[in-house]
Write a protein that binds this ligand. Sequence first.
Ligand code: R5P
Length: 285
Amino acid sequence: MHAVCSETLDMAIPCPHLLYSETPPVLATLAPPPEVKPPAAPTQDDLKRIAAHRAVELLESGMVVGLGTGSTAAHALDRIGELLRRGVLRDIVGIPTSKKTEAHAAAVGIPLSDLHAHPIVDLSIDGADEVDPSLNLVKGRGGSLLREKMIEGASRRFVVIVDESKMVPRLGGSGLAVPVEVIPFCWGHTLGRLRILFDGEPGFDAKLRRAASAAGDGGKDEPFVTDNGNYIVNLFFDNGIHGDLDLISDKILRITGVVEHGMFLGMASSVIIAGEDGVTVLEKQ
Ligand SMILES: O=C[C@H](O)[C@H](O)[C@H](O)COP(=O)(O)O
């Protein structure tokens, strides 16, 4: 029998199990340290959400806000809806830039109006397809450029929200489309006039934007139709648009049949860029 280990005895009796053991001590096998995983890199969608939430911080109760279109602006809509539900924001009136945004905003509980009732917008928040170092933008790859330009042009402040992939050294520099909204009537003629305008520009191309057949029958693609019932001609530049952008803008708009183009020149008040290293805010000079 083991002696009682006690410090109340006059003389401490050593615990025999510490002096002798029939079985050799077993060294506990230490578990390998848990693998320390580096934090997962944010996805492009995480970055869009970060930029959108930062922009929504600029909203104040009672404001009229232009609601952009696209996957980045969608995060702003969700956030505004959430803040309205929590009572953090009150009396917001949203002016949607597309039918899709109108439906999304209504679904998350943002009260809506239009430019007719609210000709001055306090703050617009929207994404962009490209941003150049002077904060000029390409927008409209989602087809909403006309309503976006009307509403963002009527805004006291226009805040652009992007992930860092949208930054380009010059507009058109991504090699992706610079959209131009045209009326459907004789659209091929208008497309031809746009081709003539950029004749000689290396790597230039112009194509009608098409959408999958509404019948879903794998048949011939139909022209993409905007919320305004128009078509889109996509312009492509191998090395971006060279020259005076204001002059080029004027020349495009002077073509009869063109309704609007997707270059937003000098319109952005600030651009919030979310990247892997954090958020950068560029303000218009
Ligand atoms: O017509 C679409 C709009 O101009 C969008 O703001 C733009 O295409 C950016 O969209 P996203 O945030 O989905 O990249």
